[in-house]
Design a protein around this ligand. Structure first.
Ligand SMILES: *Cc1c(COP(=O)(O)O)cnc(C)c1O
Length: 645
């Protein structure tokens, strides 16, 4: 237990919902969309906290299970997607009005951030009134985009490496009336585009992706800077300009694009990138290109930890400041030579979809650090180990805390050595380790009274966290936690009127020791445990992981053959009612086996043969064979996660 947790658990003051809100930080990271209701449930407020209804996530989780869908479930709250698209457009519009900017704003959604059909469908639906377009980075994404973007006034931006097929698809999109832009990423692409455009008789809309020298800080920002693998350097730009002039196609070049990375925590970098890009824009105008769009890529960050800082899981700016800084940078740079203001495009993905998905799962079990009580009469030991541990226990006091800490760890090691050499048995070792735990608990209690907790003591507290086993796979549902130590907000979605008393970490159900969550958001950026409640015998305990809508779904993998989770989307009404609008069943066991190339029919045959052989050999009866085959059948049809009964 760290000091703060300790104080909370011994505090006499009555536990209030506000305490829960503070502990889990929900009013900081929840933006306008998540808070706690009077009943102690987390509620989603899709129209804003002070606007319209709050819908209990616990009620949703219960209803989902009543409908026969097991946990884990990925819940999408569609209205939040709509609210985020609206927020981005309305904020840009407001800033454009207030600064007398003469261009407009057009957003596009980068498909790679979440490619699921449901997501594209919702983006197209909610984005229609704002002409929100799509950005595709591969052939597959482009085909998905063309099929989903039912709006010829929206932009369709093609990034990524393009072969002939990719280019032809884009040119056909232009033929069909779409505002489709090819963003030239590598110098060689331009020749192929010119060739195919001539062949198909289509005038292409061209953009250049430029490599800025501005490099942003943060986790995901290697897309910018001189070392970036993407984009054209200045001499490439000159080559492309010359090539287009040669072909008399300079008027096709209309757009300048850059992307300096995702989740840019510091507004300073956003401003620096925009200023640098505008200078290049100005030069392209001067060269005679038909410039009218500036596309600033992604990067608009999400405040995952709620700290509002330039820490990598946060951002030190609001959406409004983001819009202001972009618009003002363009006005400043282009104003010098009175260059007409371009249409602004941003490719915000994370900020659009992160908030709209929540991973819900139940806790299956807890491994508690609390040892059984110290037995009354312990027989004397031949090696003095138990006696030493008992006297260390009695000695723990503020002044001897460091020494006791050393002793406890020394004797623990001694117990393990003695066991290894056969000098104590398993019961003696268990007793010694339990005594060590009692000492460590006492040390951490005494240590918690200090203003400054000694380092060794704070290390010890980590040994005292309970492990809560969650019914999910980190690798499938939260891959960035594993891959890059990303922090997501996580908390119980109910029982928030009760004081949580166990400092815990969370383990998933893969057999991989990396499948755990042991860093949590805090205002000091990170804490190493999460306070959780006792499990009840007759009630599920549900946790939610929030802000997981961006990047997690397709980056997830089949580690241990845990497959896609069930997905449920809800659509809320202003009166607080909601409908389940899209239910997607997760993978079954046979689905995931098929992904790794098993032929499910041949598995069934093999098991049939095995059962037959077992009858022949007298291991099982014909009746048992029937039950066994039935079980295998059910198993293949079942969900890959832990199912009840
Ligand atoms: C990944 C990517 C984005 C999305 O960035 P976010 O930070 O998620 O908004 C936008 N544009 C390009 C070119 C990208 O590669």
């Amino acid at each position: 237990m760290n000091k703060r947790d300790m104080k909370e658990s011994t505090h006499v003051k009555k536990w209030e919902i506000d305490d829960a809100a503070e502990l889990y930080g929900i009013n900081h990271w929840g933006a306008d969309y998540f808070t706690i209701n009077e009943g102690g449930d987390v509620v989603v407020t899709p129209f804003g906290r002070n606007n319209g209804p709050g819908i209990s996530l616990y009620a949703i989780a219960r209803e989902v299970e009543e409908r026969g869908m097991s946990m884990p479930v990925l819940l999408r709250v569609e209205n939040i997607l709509g609210s985020q698209i609206k927020l981005l457009h309305e904020t840009f519009r407001k800033v454009i009005r207030e600064t007398a900017y003469t261009g407009e704003y057009k957003g596009v959604y980068p498909i790679k951030v979440n490619q699921q059909e449901q997501v594209l469908e919702a983006v197209s639906e909610f984005g229609r009134e704002f002409n929100h377009g799509l950005e595709a980075g591969s052939k597959s994404e482009l085909i998905a985009a063309i099929s989903m973007l039912n709006n010829r006034n929206a932009c369709l931006i093609c990034n990524g490496y393009k072969d002939e097929e990719f280019i032809d698809l884009g040119l056909y999109a232009i033929k069909m009336g779409f505002q489709c832009f090819f963003v030239v990423e590598v110098p060689g692409e331009i020749d192929l585009i010119i060739e195919r455009a001539k062949y198909l008789g289509v005038k292409p809309h061209l953009g250049l992706r430029i490599k800025l020298s501005t490099q942003a800080e943060g986790h995901w920002t290697e897309s910018g800077g001189d070392a970036s693998v993407f984009g054209l350097n200045m001499s490439h730009v000159v080559d492309v300009l010359d090539r287009l002039k040669e072909e008399d196609m300079l008027d096709c070049l209309q757009l300048l694009h850059y992307h300096i990375g995702s989740q840019i925590p510091n507004i300073r970098d956003i401003r620096a990138g925009a200023m640098e890009a505008c200078r290049i824009y100005e030069e392209l105008v001067r060269e005679g290109a038909n410039m009218s769009y500036i596309d600033l890529g992604g990067g608009l960050a999400v405040d995952y930890d709620g700290s509002q800082t330039n820490y990598s899981s946060s951002r030190n700016y609001s959406i409004e400041e983001y819009c202001y800084d972009i618009v003002e940078s363009i006005i400043t740079v282009l104003g010098k030579n009175k260059i007409p203001h371009p249409t602004i495009i941003t490719e915000s993905g994370r900020a659009i979809v992160a908030y709209y998905s929540v991973l819900l799962f139940n806790i299956l079990d807890v491994s508690s650090h609390v040892p059984p009580p110290i037995p009354k009469d312990i027989p004397p030991s031949s090696n003095g180990l138990v006696e030493n541990l008992l006297s260390t226990y009695d000695m723990v006091s503020p002044k001897d805390i460091q020494e006791c800490c050393n002793d406890a760890l020394y004797y623990r090691n001694q117990a393990r050595q003695l066991f290894k050499h056969g000098q104590i048995n398993i019961r003696e070792r268990a007793l010694a380790e339990n005594l060590v735990r009692h000492i460590l608990i006492k040390i951490s209690e005494v240590g918690a009274q200090f203003d400054h907790i000694p380092k060794d003591v704070s290390e010890i507290t980590k040994l005292l966290y309970d492990v809560y086993y969650g019914n999910f796979s980190l690798f499938q549902s939260l891959p960035d936690v594993w891959a890059i130590d990303q922090i997501f907000p996580i908390m119980p979605i109910h029982r928030l009127k009760e004081r949580p008393v166990h400092p815990a970490i969370i383990s998933d159900i893969t057999c991989d020791c990396d499948g755990k969550i042991d860093s949590f958001p805090d205002y000091s950026h990170e804490k190493k445990s999460l306070m959780l409640h006792d499990l009840k015998d007759d009630e599920e305990y549900y946790l939610g992981v929030f802000l997981v809508g961006a990047y997690q779904e397709t980056l997830g993998d089949l580690h241990n053959l845990f497959g896609d989770t069930n997905v449920v989307s809800i659509h809320a009404q202003e009166d607080g009612s909601y409908q389940f609008i899209r239910e997607l069943e997760g993978d079954s066991v046979s689905d995931v086996l098929a992904y790794v190339e098993y032929d499910v029919r041949s598995i069934k045959n093999k098991i049939k043969q095995l059962a037959e052989d077992s009858i022949q050999k007298g291991f099982i009866t014909a009746k048992e064979r029937k039950s066994i085959l039935h079980s295998f059948d059910e198993g293949l049809r079942g969900y890959t996660y832990f199912e009840k009964e």
